[in-house]
Each structure stands twice: as C-alpha cells, then as structure tokens.
Design a protein around this ligand. Sequence first.
Ligand code: ADP
Ligand code: MG
Length: 238
Amino acid sequence: MSGVSLNGITKAYGQLEVVHGIDLEVQEKEFVVLVGPSGCGKSTTLRMIAGLEEITDGDLSIDGRYVNQVAPKDRDVAMVFQNYALYPHLNVADNIAFGLRIRRTPKAEIESQVKEVGGILGLTEYLERRPADLSGGQRQRVAMGRAIVRQPKVFLFDEPLSNLDAKLRTQMRAEIKRLHKRLGVTSIYVTHDQVEAMTLADRIVVMHDGRIEQVGTPMDLFLNPANTFVAGFLGSPP
Ligand code: ADP
Ligand code: MG
C-alpha cells in the first residue's frame, strides 16, 4: 500500500488561512492531478505533503503511516519542481546520483542505477554532459531521474512543465504518462493547465480558493461538472 490520505488538511500563514480543511484519498499507483487557478493553494497543499510546509491542522498519512511530524527526507516522497535546480558543476550522471551518494549507497549500485534510470529517460548519451549543455526537456528529464533513483513511494510534481515551450510540453506529458505506466508509482501532480490535467490524470481534483470543488475522472468532470466553476474552468458546457 502506498496511497496518500489527507484529512482536514489546513494551512494558515499567521491569521490568513489559505487551505481550508482538505479531504482527499489518493490510491496506491494512482495518478492524481490537482488543478485550479493561480493562488488557489495547489503548491501549498503539495508542499505540506512533501513536508516542506508545516501543516496547521489536520492529519496526513503516506502509505498508511501518520507523517505530520516526519521530516521530509523520511517521508519516502520525491518532488519534481518547475525550476529543476540541477547542480551546474556536476554532469548528468552525478546529478542523478546525488541523492544516492548522500545516502552512502555503494558505488557499484549507484553506477547501475544511474545507467538504468538514464536508459529509462533517454539520457544514456548525455550522462557526461553538464546541465548547461542540455536542452530544457533534457534538463527536466535529469530532474526526474534524480527523483526516480530515490525509489520513493510517492512522486510529487509542481508544474514541472510550465517552463517548457508548447511542443516540448506535449512531448514531456506523454513521457511522464509512459513513466507512470512503467514504474506505477503513486503520483500527485499540480498544474493550472486544464489540458495537462485532462490528459495525465486518473482522477482530477479541482481546487478553488483553498477548497476542493470536485474530484473525479476527466470524463466525470467533463460530463458532470458539480458547479459552474468546474464547468467554466474545464471548459465543458454549463
Ligand atoms: P497555487 O500553487 O495554487 O498557485 P499557492 O499554494 O502557491 O497557490 O498559494 C496559495 C495562497 O497562499 C496564495 O494566496 C498565496 O499568496 C498564499 N501564500 C503562499 N505562500 C505564502 C507565504 N509563505 N506566506 C503568505 N502567504 C502565502
Ligand atoms: Mg503553485
């Protein structure tokens, strides 16, 4: 089991509450997309799951374990950001291996993992290059490689494609989908892009002003939007 369970998850910055008691069950191996307009609380929610933001109220479980107080590195999650902060002085192989070195993984195992993950992501020919000599799409693949080698129970994506041009975005979307099919890791993916949500998600969670408006499959939401906000946001008839 490696689902994620949010129970009344709330975030306040001082007096200002920005996430208002969210309930959500993400099933093992499921690909769930949080979608909603800018400022609705998507990143804050994801960062609370990652442990990068303290939870003001509510309970969070990952893989059946209550983790509110657990440090980010011990939560078995890996996050992929929009700004793939790669180490500029390290080549692709060393960037991918970075998290493993910190954990004192044996050298032979690091080498075989970098090889395998590089192969999965189509980076085999680029392992010796520095990030500056890669395209945007290749850099984003390295960032994903760094997440994959850690073999997390859950992947968290925060708008990973929004810095890429339209063509590359479409291509990377397909790759993320293929990767999810192959690895089967529970994924929570944040975007403000409706098309991205519709194409990637097993289930979509529509957020608005720190609340969940509706949860359902892309088809559910398209055919039976719960309210005019969901209908308008996803572009289906009211
Ligand atoms: P989204 O990712 O959906 O665009 P965020 O989760 O980043 O939205 O932000 C949700 C709300 O919380 C916004 O109104 C934002 O201004 C506010 N917010 C985010 N981070 C902070 C912070 N560190 N201090 C105060 N307010 C914040
Ligand atoms: Mg955000």
